[in-house]
Design a protein around this ligand. Structure first.
Ligand SMILES: *Cc1c(COP(=O)(O)O)cnc(C)c1O
Length: 402
């Protein structure tokens, strides 16, 4: 059974491209298709479009000058470029600190670097998803080349105090470089690297209503970066390959729109997220809030439905047109529960039935009302076929429902 309805609550996986973004991109495919590196004006026009876009992205994250922004093809490329780019060099500085809950595009680079001889410290999170920052400070030493901490977690929405962390890390070892994966923060909260000591910061267009396949990396002007992709002189010699002009222009437009809609994130999106969250928690007795961090991005909630199976919940929601996810899109396809929820120590009984709902400025109150009306019966149906009938009964009893 498929449903013509589409209630898209998976905006941390990817977002709808804003029509106004598509509109500004269109001329750069078949009209202004010149190579921005060309001498003639027809190509140079595109160099100007890139320059204007770079200025917008510079302002979007509060960089000081355009040279600090390089365009990449994804958030993953930004992370790989930043991490590899500052490490190549002094092998006596072979220590890295990160968190257990980073995105796979960061974590899997460190898994690889461990094989190459680096020592990596993984800081833990508490049961609310908040980072145990002291573990980072305790681990910094004279060998620490890099600390990388995400700005906001993609599964729980928890915001980590990156500005405070970088300040403290630099006070212990000023030579340690700091990378911030800000992919889930950009477009949801205001990012401003100005007056911080953050060395590098990555964003990705498709998480804030630009297309998939475009990202940016901020590299503080004092930081020496070895390029990951070698070839032509594009991006100041730090990222070879003819620039993806339409996508760069599109991401810049999306950044402008994100700034324009920041108040909508803070008000409407947050209101609808809270309505969905409190509604599900109050209507469903075996629902528990996984993402209870005190500071969160406005659009994300993660709810565990105890004693039932996440994949079944998702399939049943799909039948009525609701899209959400268990874990991150990048880890689905494997049956392993989310590494983030595992790191939080979410009880086994809720780990497999945890669902992330992530909203956007396109989410409407009607959609949230529909979800609140139609998800509880699905959970009730799955509760009835759960192999954990005694446990569910006990939970009901504990909550005073029977
Ligand atoms: C989506 C995501 C990425 C990867 O970005 P891509 O552009 O899809 O490569 C990195 N970090 C976080 C936190 C993300 O949510």
């Amino acid at each position: 059974m498929t449903n013509s309805k589409l209630i898209y609550l998976d905006n941390n996986a990817t977002t709808k491209v804003d029509d106004r973004v598509v509109e500004v991109m269109m001329p750069y495919f078949s009209q202004y298709y010149g190579n921005p590196s060309s001498i003639y004006e027809f190509g140079g026009k595109n160099a100007n479009a890139i320059k204007d876009s770079r200025e917008i992205i510079k302002d979007f994250i509060g960089a000081k000058n355009q040279k600090e922004i390089l365009f990449t093809a994804s958030g993953s490329e930004s992370a790989n470029t930043a991490i590899r780019g500052v490490l190549s060099g002094d092998r006596s500085k072979n220590h890295i600190i990160t968190t257990k809950v980073e995105h796979p595009c960061v974590l899997n680079v460190y898994k690889q670097l461990e094989k190459e001889g680096y020592n990596v410290t993984y800081a833990s999170v508490n049961s609310s998803g908040e980072l145990n920052v002291e573990e980072i400070y305790d681990a910094v030493n004279e060998k620490t080349a890099l600390v990388s901490v995400m700005y906001a977690n993609n599964e729980t929405g928890a915001i980590f105090p990156v500005e405070k962390i970088v300040e403290k890390v630099k006070s212990i070892n000023p030579n340690t470089k700091v990378y911030v994966d800000a992919v889930q923060a950009a477009g949801k909260i205001n990012i401003n690297v100005k007056d911080t000591q953050i060395d590098m910061l990555g964003i990705s267009g498709h998480k804030f209503h630009a297309p998939k396949g475009i990202g940016a990396l901020y590299v503080k002007s004092s930081v020496l970066l070895t390029p990951l992709i070698i070839g032509g002189h594009q991006e100041n010699g730090r990222r070879a390959g003819t620039e993806n002009v339409p996508f760069i222009v599109g991401m810049a437009k999306a950044a402008l729109l994100a700034q324009e809609y920041q108040n909508v994130e803070d008000t409407k999106v947050k209101y609808l997220r809270d309505k969905l969250e409190t509604g599900l928690l109050s209507k469903i007795y075996n629902a528990r809030l996984n993402s209870s961090a005190s500071i969160r991005v406005p659009n994300t909630t993660n709810i565990g439905f105890e004693y039932i199976e996440g994949e079944l919940i998702l399939l049943n929601m799909n039948d009525i047109g609701i899209c959400a996810s268990s874990g991150s899109a990048c880890t689905s396809g494997s049956l392993d529960p989310s590494h983030v929820l595992k790191a939080m120590g979410i009880p086994f009984t809720a780990l497999h039935g945890s669902i992330r709902f992530s909203l956007s400025r396109y989410t409407t109150e009607d959609e949230i009302d529909y979800a609140l009306e139609n998800i509880p019966p699905i959970i009730e149906k799955l509760n009835n076929i759960s192999p954990f009938q005694n446990e569910l009964k006990e939970l009901k009893r504990r909550k005073g429902l029977i």
